[in-house]
Design a protein around this ligand. Structure first.
Ligand code: HEM
Length: 402
């Protein structure tokens, strides 16, 4: 963990209850309409809520740099090849180390493996399970991403529970009241995770195999090979990045397809599934990112000073009526859902997006082939099942009809 000062999102939004954290959309709307760019005096940060402004903050790296001293992000990796805290041209070099593994073409080779894991998880749902609600978060949405990312990296997927536990802790949201405890917990996990990966990395350096960790041990950066510690740092970053996000996306696909009653229609028209999954990511994926102002600027129409932090609220931008007609409505036929900013925008656009998309599409398509319908368990309220101080689900009991 490095020494970046933490900015607390909860201190800005003032969304304190679980219900408000699950449904911050009225607050976003209020901000978009009446306070689209505001400065939070207490933590000294700018906040932007409209689509065009959010997109600009994420992509205009000459004005809004990723090189910053303060940040909201819950995981801060010390690795000298960390991608998310540098701008081009340095960023391009670092991203080049990983990019080839995540192109749609490289991922083609992984399709059979993704399908096999999806099939395995579906087969694990027994006839007996169908008589009562199944926690699809635990049984499906957690398992798929962690297994695939472990395989891709060349880490034993039998250790998935441990990997999941570690990455969940690393991604825990920061909250003022528990910050000391959380920081300690994260530092401990970082050590344990590192100690677990180090012997694997050493082994892969002497006997490279066909996986990303092996590739990284052979890769060159600035004319020299990466150190074991750098490879370990990247491994932790990837194992973490590929997990919680995709699990949340999958869980919310199940949730909204059940809640909105569109499952049977998607089952009949599977060609709509990829589009419907993107709509979930647009409609509800709580996310924001931050950048620092590089030089004094008024490109957003207000004077911002060098060094000030700007938070781009993507999940507000994703509902902006200026970009998405009827943006507050869930619509699987929406033509431009894919313009959402949940994967970021510009140079740092999520490297794992093609993988997350493959996993989600394969998962939902196969699930729908296997089962006629899904229904939420009676009385299920998502905000009763959120991660501590956060907005992501930790359980989703559904009835599954054969
Ligand atoms: C639903 C799933 C996912 C979402 C919503 C998501 C979201 C994001 C976002 C918003 C960024 C931009 C960060 C920035 O601009 O500072 C990002 C970057 C990144 N993501 Fe993802 N991600 C997902 C899945 C994955 C997966 C499966 C992986 C792969 C293992 C991955 C690896 C990365 C990496 C390495 C970066 C850094 C890219 C860079 O800075 O150039 N992500 N992700």
């Amino acid at each position: 963990m490095n020494g970046k000062e933490i900015i607390f999102l909860s201190g800005i939004s003032k969304l304190e209850t679980n219900e408000e954290r699950w449904n911050p959309f009225p607050w976003y709307r209020e901000m978009r309409e009446h306070n689209p760019i505001f400065f939070d005096e207490q933590q000294r940060v700018w906040n932007v809520f409209r689509y065009e402004d959010v997109k600009r903050v994420l992509s205009d790296y000459k004005t809004f740099t990723s090189e910053r001293e303060r940040s909201t992000i819950p995981i801060q990796l010390e690795s000298s090849i960390n991608l998310t805290s540098v701008d081009p041209p340095e960023h391009r070099k670092r991203r080049g180390l990983l990019a080839s593994a995540f192109t749609p073409r490289s991922l083609d080779a992984w399709k059979p493996r993704i399908q096999a894991v999806v099939d395995f998880l579906i087969q694990g749902i027994s006839a007996e399970d169908l008589s009562k609600p199944v926690d699809i978060y635990e049984r499906f949405a957690v398992r798929l991403p962690v297994t695939i990312i472990a395989d891709l990296l060349g880490v034993p997927n039998s250790d998935w529970e441990q990997i999941k536990e570690w990455s969940d802790i690393l991604f825990l949201p920061h909250h003022q009241e528990e910050i000391e405890e959380t920081t300690k917990q994260k530092a401990k996990v970082m050590k344990e995770f590192g100690a677990y990966l180090l012997p694997l990395v050493k082994q892969k350096r002497s006997q490279p195999q066909d996986d990303i960790l092996s590739d990284l041990t052979q890769a060159e950066y600035e004319g020299t090979k990466l150190t074991d510690e750098e490879v370990v740092g990247s491994g932790i970053g990837l194992l973490g990045a590929g997990n919680e996000t995709t699990t949340t996306w999958l869980t919310q696909c199940f949730y909204y397809f059940a809640k909105e009653g569109v499952y049977p229609q998607l089952r009949k028209q599977p060609e709509l599934i990829p589009q419907a999954c993107e709509e979930v990511l647009r409609y509800h994926f709580i996310a924001s990112l931050d950048r620092a102002v590089k030089e004094d600027t008024d490109v957003l129409g207000v004077p911002m000073k060098r060094g000030e932090i700007v938070i781009a609220w993507m999940s507000s931008a994703n509902r902006d009526e200026r970009q998405f007609v009827g943006g507050e409505t869930f619509d699987i036929h929406r033509q431009n859902s894919k313009e959402h900013l949940s994967f970021g925008n510009g140079q740092h656009f999520c490297l794992g997006a093609p993988l997350a998309r493959l996993e989600t599409q394969y998962a939902m398509t196969s699930f729908m082939k296997a089962f006629a319908n899904i229904r939420l368990a009676e009385g299920y309220r998502p905000w009763d099942h959120l991660v501590s101080h956060g907005s992501t689900l930790t359980s989703l009991p559904i009835y599954i009809d054969r």
